[in-house]
Design a protein around this ligand. Sequence first.
Ligand SMILES: C[S@@+](CC[C@H](N)C(=O)[O-])C[C@H]1O[C@@H](n2cnc3c(N)ncnc32)[C@H](O)[C@@H]1O
Length: 292
Amino acid sequence: MTEQQRYTIDDFARFSPWPARLLGIEPWEQRRKTPEEILREYDEDKWGVMLERINQSPVPLTIADAERWDMDLPFQSFTWHDGVFQPMSFPEANAIYIRLVTDTLQACMPASAIAELGCGYGKVVLRLLTNGAFGAVPFYAAEYTQSGIDVTTKLAAAGGLPITMGWCDFNDPTLTNLAVPEGAVLYTSFATPYVPELQDAFIESLIARRPKAVVHFEPCYEHCSTTSLLGMMRRRYLEVNDYNRNLMTVLRKFRDAGKIAIEREDPAVFGSNPLLSASVVVWRPIQKEREQ
Ligand SMILES: C[S@@+](CC[C@H](N)C(=O)[O-])C[C@H]1O[C@@H](n2cnc3c(N)ncnc32)[C@H](O)[C@@H]1O
């Protein structure tokens, strides 16, 4: 039996241009996550191009078609999972991630509903619906871009997947136009990076929906070590891309004020890009006696 090769951060440069970029060997310009830039990246390019392909297809297209466009790439990922680097295809990495999301949300059940905020083209939420792990729990999803809303709606319809779709913006105090019932599990997945600095209103509007739990599968700047090479590279990566740097800071502020309880906080669990590894954070609002 051959021993499985152990990969280290030293192997990363063979899989990604990021070590060279972060070291200044390859050019990279500081990015800014403005609303215009996000709409260009997602509404026009990524989800806009998908919508165009769906609209032009003579047959209805499903989540499996969208996954092929998104993930069938001619190179491997250098996936980080539970403290280990492993080269693998993007579909393989995605299967691990969907398992992580499924298991984490199942541990929050029973709940009145499940809702994803910032769902993109539905990569996660539509797989939760197809894998049947949640029985008859009603699903909701909201997205920032109109093309993402349209793509998710069409892929769900083509697959016969029941979901209520809406809009959301983590920068907007109303948060979403979805009428999610009280007692739901709300989650976000790789979406908070697009708001460089989250405001208190984001957490307040989540609390106002009286969820059973809120789960973030999100890269957290505060979880990146300042005393390891990987941790420092993660911090620099989030900085030069202008990704979010205060999700845990705002959550800890609400916890310290007695408004929420953080029930799980696992740093950097999974990333098909190890520099953008999602932590798993589960919290719930603490309802005051008179409000209950
Ligand atoms: C990397 S994609 C992740 C999509 C999906 N959650 C997933 O895990 O596959 C990031 C998503 O965040 C959305 N987004 C960007 N800015 C946002 C904002 N201000 N509020 C909510 N979502 C936003 C983008 O439109 C995009 O669909």
